[in-house]
Design a protein around this ligand. Sequence first.
Ligand code: S6P
Ligand code: ZN
Length: 185
Amino acid sequence: MNKILEPEITFINEQLKGKNIDKIDRRLKDLKDIFFDKDALSNMDNDTIVYEVESYLPVKQNTEGGLFYGITYIHPGVVGNEYFMTKGHFHKIKNRGEFYSTLQGEGMLILMDEERNTWAEKMFPGSMHYIQANIAHRTANTGDTILSFSAFWPSDAGHDYATISEHGFSKILIKKDNKPVLADR
Ligand code: S6P
Ligand code: ZN
């Protein structure tokens, strides 16, 4: 075989393009269980977009041996004093890791192990994050502009959202004196 092919996707000028790009958005109404301050939440517009994800899924979900790629865009904002953030999840097959690499903005990658120890890593353009197997992960936008990052994960990893939806992380990331602080709930 001697063929020179075009790439299936490109990411030029912050735009992911190609066939089969899957796009989703998550609005406040989809995230009711994750934010701590339910009063603040009830006074906000349910339709506010918190984050968007564009993914390139070249193989079927749950395929062993494949890889997925996605870009997450988290809008700036707070619910009460908690930063806009993703739902967060363990992988369904827990021993699957993941890479994140920050494109724009500033934020925090919040990590929690199975014993519910929670810590965070700063995200800024160019920061790289290796999320080890068996670790729940969530990202929060701590800046005034969109936080965007690339993610690379195994196609059989899947997502366990239920554990976080029910029990949350053991700490929340709040804005205190204009700075992000990991606080006990
Ligand atoms: C997938 C990867 C990301 C997230 C995205 C949204 O394993 O970690 O693409 O899906 O950042 O977060 P969440 O928690 O709503 O999936
Ligand atoms: Zn993940």
